[in-house]
Design a protein around this ligand. Structure first.
Ligand code: AMP
Ligand code: GLY
Length: 421
């Protein structure tokens, strides 16, 4: 079959790497892709938010299956668009309504409340009830968690110690600090614990539990400084044991799927549960309607199944017959980024990769492109290095070693990935 992947990051290169190994895949396309996907697939220079443009490409290239990498097209309704325009196309990614689990924090919170899914207590505020929101802040203790309702490129969550500052921020958010995304704000109770992520592939009823992961979001070592898209990841997560997984299945995954069914919301795709263990109990911090980046870079290398067979199964209702065949080794990903990231950063810097890198690790391109025959930087996150080893520290050491053979001006990476495990 012919497959199209939408997106251009490390996640999409990893999908392309995995899918290109499948005997079920004839022609693989990635739109818009990067310098890494270009070696495995046909890169298509499409605007993935322009659905008619994507539709033409799908028709011209007889695409059978489309995997949507990032959330923006899903939240904007790409799955609904194609259900109407090309009903036979297999789209990996939920409909607009279901994508609200990620696209609207208020939607996700009320969903969790209705189905008794453990999550932080919350209070929803807009301009109409600003005074009630302020009173709410005044009657609770910090730290205060303020979340923009809509998509804000990973920047929409503020955690503030001081009450006065929290009140000011609340006003600024409602006043448009994050544009329309913060016209509504969710104030959440602060939860204290250790975070991890769980991923499923589901047809809305059955699901396959993929390997779990832990990512490192902050730019600085010791989890300090600004939030980024993700500076590294580890899978498996040592503190996530069989009992944690059982609690996640019973208290979080099952009620989420039965809640979707109860609301007659179809779901075909990935659900990424951002979780926090409070004591021994998992709580949902957030839902995402797609895979994570860089989590995909540690999760997929540990999946031994033919990935296309898994994807196809969610349309054929035989997902429950397929078991996950998992590599027991640890995967460790370290991300190289451009100097300045997550703030302003330069683009177009030449990247050199020593051949030895490919012998010991997997090299996944994130923000790269080919310019005048050379691979150059084209994003904040540039290249992810993933290594596998039976012992976690060895996997980390291997990635730290490999990363030295990747060179571009202003390269930065965290040298402490996995420090807390
Ligand atoms: P989110 O975009 O919802 O994943 O939030 C970004 C980050 O903020 C999370 O990864 C957590 O580290 C933190 N966070 C979000 N909600 C809470 C909460 N209720 N309590 C403590 N930390 C939180
Ligand atoms: N690494 C976090 C995310 O993909 O949302």
């Amino acid at each position: 079959m012919n497959i199209l992947i939408l997106g251009s990051g490390g996640r999409e290169h990893t999908f392309a790497w995995k899918i290109s190994q499948s005997l079920l895949c004839d022609n693989l396309h990635v739109a818009p892709g990067n310098a890494g996907t270009q070696k495995l697939a046909t890169n298509a220079d499409l605007d993935i938010m322009n659905f008619p443009e994507v539709e033409d490409y799908i028709k011209n290239n007889s695409i059978h299956l489309m995997l949507v990498g990032p959330e923006a097209p899903l939240v904007a309704g790409i799955a609904d668009y194609f259900a109407e325009k090309i009903p036979g196309l297999m789209v990996i990614g939920p409909r607009k309504k279901a994508a609200q689990l990620e696209g609207s924090k208020a939607f996700a919170k009320s969903f969790m409340k209705q189905y008794n899914i453990p999550t932080a207590k919350y209070f929803e505020v807009d301009m109409e009830n600003l005074e009630a929101g302020i009173s709410h802040l005044k009657t609770t203790k910090g730290p205060y968690v303020l979340k923009a309702d809509g998509l804000a490129a990973g920047k929409g969550v503020l955690i503030i110690e001081d009450q006065g500052e929290a009140i000011l921020e609340l006003k600024e958010m409602l006043g448009g600090k994050f544009g329309d995304a913060s016209k509504k704000v969710v104030i959440e109770e602060f939860l204290s614990g250790i975070e991890f992520s769980i991923f499923i592939l589901t047809d809305g009823q059955y699901y396959i539990l993929l390997p779990e992961a832990k990512d490192y979001k902050r730019i600085g070592e010791g989890d300090t400084g600004l939030n980024t898209g993700g500076m590294g990841a580890i899978s498996p997560v040592p503190f996530v044991n069989a009992s944690t997984i059982q609690k996640v299945r019973d208290r979080i995954i099952l009620p989420t799927l039965s809640g979707l069914q109860d609301r007659n919301i179809e779901y075909r795709g990935f659900i990424f549960f951002g979780l926090i263990n409070v004591g021994d109990d998992p709580y949902v911090i957030e839902y995402n309607c797609r895979m994570g980046d860089p989590e995909t870079e540690v999760v997929l290398p540990r999946v031994k199944n033919d990935f296309v067979e898994l994807l196809e199964a969610i349309f054929e209702k035989d997902l429950y017959e397929i078991g996950l065949d998992q590599d027991e080794r640890t995967a460790a990903t370290v991300m190289t980024v451009s100097e300045g990231y997550p703030g302003k950063y330069p683009k177009g810097r030449t990247i050199e990769i020593d051949e030895i890198a490919f012998d010991q690790s997997l090299i996944f391109h994130a923000g790269t492109k080919v310019e005048n025959g050379k691979v150059v930087t084209n994003g904040g996150r540039v290249i992810a290095v993933t290594s596998l080893a039976p012992v976690m520290q060895d996997a980390i050491d291997k990635s730290m070693q490999t990363i030295k053979s990747i060179d571009f001006e202003g390269k930065y990476y965290r040298k402490d990935i996995g420090f807390d495990l």
